[in-house]
Design a protein around this ligand. Structure first.
Ligand SMILES: C[S@@+](CC[C@H](N)C(=O)[O-])C[C@H]1O[C@@H](n2cnc3c(N)ncnc32)[C@H](O)[C@@H]1O
Length: 279
């Protein structure tokens, strides 16, 4: 047994902040102590129990190996929620909130028609739409059962039990159905792209990231089938890479969609392309 005085909150943070980003050090210690981040700053002199300090050291080591903070803590903020994530799901990105905003602006006026989120992952897009428009039926699909288990858990946690989660390949779980709006953030990185070997992407599921030699296989499949699943005047919105705007516009226009346009994210990069079924 050691007689050494327990480390304080601020001493642990000081040490960790020399190794990882300040925010990461703070969030990891807050996670271990089960406190909000702000609590740390008012309790800098508090002693940290040895077991908690050891647990913090282990999480810090994982972060130093490059593991994403969200997988270590098990959650990530998106829209108005704190969503559970796991290595079976993509970590929701702030850029995807643009897809949610553009979708909300095009949701059906009445709740008579359903909308869908294809490739829902943690459920981020579907749950944001369902939260803002409780009158509309939201269907969320994914090919990954493990991702759907996380998404269903998030829906339960948020009390959004009306969201209808379905497993299958893109439109397969929607056979014979037509929707007022289809939103998707599909995989869109080219196989072999060097980014897949960098940062958080190394830890995220390959099936959530890459899609064929040019990264466009999923968007090709979604755009090609969308007209058979959209109501007259219904919208398709897809997120994509910042260099794919022209290619995605061509795919949507080639599928017969009208009013095809690309919207840019806060960094003025092409991010979401949308198109509309004929009336
Ligand atoms: C880029 S992630 C997006 C996850 C989530 N929508 C988000 O924005 O955080 C793409 C998702 O598409 C799913 N996916 C990949 N191929 C699919 C397919 N053929 N059919 C349905 N979903 C698929 C993956 O499992 C993954 O959850």
């Amino acid at each position: 047994m050691s007689d050494a005085a327990p480390a304080t909150v601020s001493a642990l943070l000081r040490g960790a902040r020399t190794q990882v980003a300040h925010e990461d050090a703070d969030l990891l210690l807050a996670h271990v102590l089960e406190r909000p981040r702000g609590w740390l700053f008012a309790h800098g002199d508090d002693p940290v129990p040895a077991a908690a300090a050891a647990a913090f050291g282990q999480l810090l080591a994982r972060r130093l190996q490059g593991e994403p903070l969200a997988y270590i803590t098990g959650h990530r903020g998106f829209w108005r929620f704190d969503l559970a994530v796991s290595p079976a799901t993509l970590i929701p990105r702030p850029e995807t909130e643009l897809l949610v905003e553009l979708s909300l602006a095009r949701m059906p006026q009445s709740g008579a028609h359903a909308v869908a989120d294809l490739g829902t992952g943690s459920g981020a897009i579907a749950l944001a739409l369902a939260c803002e428009r409780p009158d509309v039926q939201v269907i969320a699909t994914d090919v990954s059962d493990a991702a759907l288990a996380v998404a269903r858990g998030n829906a339960r946690m948020l009390g959004l039990s009306k969201v209808d989660f379905r497993q299958g390949d893109w439109f397969e779980p929607l056979r014979g159905e037509r929707l007022a709006l289809i939103a998707s953030n599909p995989p869109y990185i080219a196989l072999g792209d060097a980014h897949l070997e960098q940062g958080d992407l190394r830890f995220e599921p390959a099936g959530a990231l890459s899609s064929g030699a040019d990264g466009l296989d999923a968007i090709r499949a979604i755009a090609g089938q969308a007209p058979r699943h959209l109501l007259a005047g219904g919208w398709l919105l897809v997120e994509h890479g910042w260099e794919q705007g022209a290619a995605v516009r061509a795919l949507l226009a080639g599928a017969g969609l009208l009013e095809v346009a690309t919207h840019q994210d806060l960094e003025a990069r092409d991010r979401v392309t949308l198109g509309r079924a004929a009336n």
